[in-house]
Design a protein around this ligand. Structure first.
Ligand code: URA
Length: 239
């Protein structure tokens, strides 16, 4: 059971203060009854709520796919640089979403934002081995020997041995590769290429779990995950 004002505010209908005013107008019906008390406790999944005659669909969680642009940090706050949350509109921000994991400031591509802590925790768990695929441009031509090296795991400069990762070369562009990793160590892709004597000049995440980045999203744009994409990421409950 949750307070009616919290439910309506969570659904993007305004601040708690604005909801109080809305309720005073008598425009909100719960199961056909006019309700003016913001503190009324109801079951949001079961109650039929209408606002000025229109059905109100309760939404507790938000799941957004963003094509993160260069220059923006994957955080909710930062003293120096804009954050991915700064790119969200007011309606999305009301849900207080945060990024699921991090991409470097200069990395672009698929970043999931949600306010569902449990899902975030599960997707980030090192034991779950959620695959992440990156497209990278390298400073020097990729060598076919990297494929076996990454499959076996490479030793990073701090002594950490990476899990097996799959590298795909691009036959039309020897400096472009795709790499799928199953963990998320700090600067992992960049450090893996340093371990084999190369350097990443450009990095973009193009797939998270089994969901590809929507290539119609320009850098900085975002949209809610579809029901099918939620399912692919094991997200069942969206209310
Ligand atoms: N690996 C990196 O080096 N940087 C990222 O942002 C993501 C993966």
């Amino acid at each position: 059971m949750e307070r009616l004002d919290k439910i309506l505010a969570g659904g993007g209908l305004g601040s708690r203060k604005e909801i109080k005013q809305l309720l005073r107008t008598g425009g909100v019906l719960v199961d056909g009854q006019e309700v003016r008390d913001p503190s009324l406790h109801i079951d949001p999944a079961a109650a039929q709520i209408t606002v000025f005659g229109k059905p109100f669909h309760y939404q507790k969680y938000i799941y957004l796919m963003m094509n993160k642009p260069d220059g923006v940090v994957s955080a909710t706050e930062d003293n120096r640089f804009p954050t991915v949350v700064d790119l969200l509109d007011e309606e999305a921000r009301r849900f207080a979403p945060f990024p699921v994991g991090r991409l470097d400031r200069d990395t672009e591509g698929f970043l999931l934002l949600t306010n569902d802590g449990q899902t975030a925790h599960r997707l980030l768990s090192p034991r779950k081995h959620v695959p992440k695929t990156y497209l990278a441009q390298l400073a020097q031509d990729a060598q076919s020997s990297y494929i076996a090296a990454f499959e076996q795991g490479v030793t990073l400069e701090d002594g950490y041995r990476t899990l097996p990762a799959q590298l795909a070369l691009d036959e039309n562009n020897p400096r472009q590769i795709r790499l799928t990793i199953y963990e998320g160590k700090f600067h992992q892709v960049k450090r893996m290429f340093e371990a084999v004597g190369n350097r990443v000049c450009y990095l973009k995440r193009i797939r998270f779990g089994s969901v590809p980045l929507d290539d119609t999203l320009a850098p900085g744009e975002y949209r809610p995950l579809s029901a099918e994409e939620c399912e692919k990421l094991g997200i069942e409950e969206t209310i």
